[in-house]
Design a binder for this molecule. Structure first.
Ligand code: GLN
Length: 535
């Protein structure tokens, strides 16, 4: 079978959950025995989101090969078994960068370089390259942004040409749209969807499936109207209600709406029905856990739902595996700088300090680490979380009062955390950190070794600073355990405290490798320890 292509576009407004829809369709097709791959086209001009602020973009999701990508790729990896790489994430910035570099080299000598054909050719080439590099049965491509955006046009034009080339039997468009309820009229309105489909048709694209985000059930009449005005078969107009508990309900909901049947029929795919028993079991445990545990996340972007997405998801996975619901207490690190930690971290069974950049809120994170250490509350520090745990211990246990990271103080008395040697001459900000998967050697007899059940692991990284080995002995003498390092011992990857029931922190980001039904050992260990703490 040649590759079948599904393009996921969005209309009316952003934030309709296109990424989740694409990922959930991936879950369904994978459970039908198909090999699925997913990718995202992002119309912005940034080469990647690595340099964007979480306020702009939410979390930056890091892949094995170090690509810094959109958080939708996190959904793709969590909802399927696909392991993604840089080729699964294409921004307009990358496309233009490639074409302009070619132009400078003289590859187009004599020609005028234009959006059509040069930019669209490059987009199509990337589509084909992904298909040949990572063979699959179905390639799902999500197009960021909303139909009608100027920036998205080159991608849509490239898709139009591509469908013409591979044939309509091999490529379909799933359009995610909004069907709003207008209270004054007491009606669901189809006009915005009609108009967004009209925009697509204007540029030669016709969706085969309409996924309608709606607060209320789509009645027969509304479905019929959408079918006629949007030129989509009546049974391919499907309802996408807001899920009430967890995003992992979405594949179940879409299966009930027969999305996978519709897609398989449209693409002439024969595959057995999806058996979602295990998925459903996981969802049931997320919805109705037997126990609950309160975990504090101390960060500076806690008001943004998307900034620590993978961390929240990892806690959910770990909780479900222990039949335990997570009550998140989101604590603003800046508040901890002025208020007493025990007044903000009331009754918490675990404290998690996530990664971060810049000095805002850092002293608050340090106080959170101190609170967890002194009160023997389970602690998990991730990346910056490990760095603040180290600074805290150096200052308050080893008596190194002036301990700090050179990220926050260029000349501290004790640079416990300092720039990586390889970072000293780096001037560009984009894609220049220590990124992607690197191995860690875990010392036997440590808690980390027990948690992982292994002495060799590999995890994803995204940092510029590291623990300064000059302080290793002094810290070790006081009970700070260096449980994991790079294989040559030169970089500290994982630390723990000797005199504490469960206090672990790592320089890497375990949150990028947790999945439903495959919780990450560090998160599972942390939630388990938090449960033990309440007992
Ligand atoms: N700012 C720290 C560093 O660059 C931590 C990075 C992170 O938490 N991702 O090393």
């Amino acid at each position: 079978m040649s590759i079948k292509y599904i393009f996921v576009t969005g209309g009316v407004v952003s934030s309709l959950g296109k990424g989740l829809a694409a990922a959930s369709l991936g879950t369904l097709l994978e459970h039908r025995g198909l090999k699925v791959n997913l990718q995202k086209f992002d119309p912005y001009l940034n080469v990647d989101p690595g340099t964007m602020n979480p306020f702009q973009h939410g979390e930056v999701y890091v892949l094995n090969d170090g690509a810094e990508t959109d958080l939708d790729l996190g959904h793709y990896e969590r909802f399927t078994h696909t392991v993604l790489s840089a080729s699964n994430s294409t921004s307009s910035g990358q496309v233009y960068e490639t074409v302009l570099a070619r132009e400078r080299r003289g590859d187009y000598l004599g020609k005028t370089v234009q959006v059509i054909p040069h930019i669209t050719d490059e987009i199509k080439a990337r589509l084909r390259k992904l298909g040949s590099e990572q063979p699959c049965d179905v390639l799902i491509t999500e197009i960021g942004g909303t139909t009608g955006d100027i920036e998205g046009l080159p991608f849509l034009e490239a898709i139009r040409q591509f469908i013409l080339e591979v044939g309509p039997q091999n490529a379909i468009i799933l359009h995610v749209t909004l069907v709003p309820y207008i209270r004054a009229a007491g009606e669901l309105k189809t006009k915005p969807s009609q108009q967004s489909i009209a925009k697509l048709r204007e540029i030669g694209l016709q969706p085969q499936v309409l996924l309608c985000r709606t607060e209320l059930p789509l009645g027969d009449e509304v479905r019929q109207k959408l079918s006629v005005f949007c030129n989509v078969p009546r049974d391919a107009v499907i309802e996408g209600r807001d899920v009430d508990h967890t995003i992992y309900q979405m594949p179940l909901m879409l299966q009930a709406e027969k999305l996978d049947d519709i897609v398989c029929r449209a693409l002439s795919i024969t595959a057995p029905p999806a058996d979602l028993t295990n998925w459903r079991r996981f969802v049931d445990r997320v919805i109705k856990p037997k126990k609950r545990v309160k975990i504090a996340v101390v960060g500076k972007y806690i008001e943004l739902q998307d900034a620590y997405k993978s961390i929240y998801e990892s806690l959910t996975h770990a909780g479900a595996s222990l039949d335990c619901g997570i009550d998140l207490l989101l604590v603003d690190a800046e508040d901890l700088e002025t208020k007493d930690p025990s007044s903000l971290l009331v009754d918490v069974a675990g404290v998690l300090v996530p990664g971060g950049f810049g000095d805002r809120g850092v002293e608050g994170k340090i106080r959170a680490a101190q609170f967890a250490r002194e009160n023997k509350v389970p602690f998990l520090g991730l990346c910056l979380g490990m760095q603040v745990a180290s600074i805290e211990f150096a200052r308050n246990v080893c008596g190194l009062k002036g301990a700090n990271s050179t990220e926050f103080d260029p000349k501290p008395e004790h640079p416990i955390i300092d720039l990586l040697e390889t970072q000293r001459d780096v001037t560009d900000k984009g894609a220049s950190m220590r990124l992607g998967t690197w191995p860690t050697k875990i010392a036997e007899g440590t808690r980390a070794h027990k948690v992982y059940g292994s002495s060799e692991i590999s995890e994803r990284h995204r940092h510029r600073y590291e623990f300064n080995l000059k302080y290793r002995e002094a810290m070790e003498a006081k009970g700070f355990v260096f449980s994991g390092t790079s294989p040559d011992g030169s970089l500290v990857e994982l630390i723990e405290l000797r005199d504490h029931p469960w206090y672990l922190a790592c320089q890497y980001h375990p949150e990028f490798k947790s999945k439903p039904n495959q919780p990450h050992p560090l998160f599972k260990g942390f939630v388990n320890a938090s449960l033990a703490h309440i007992d």
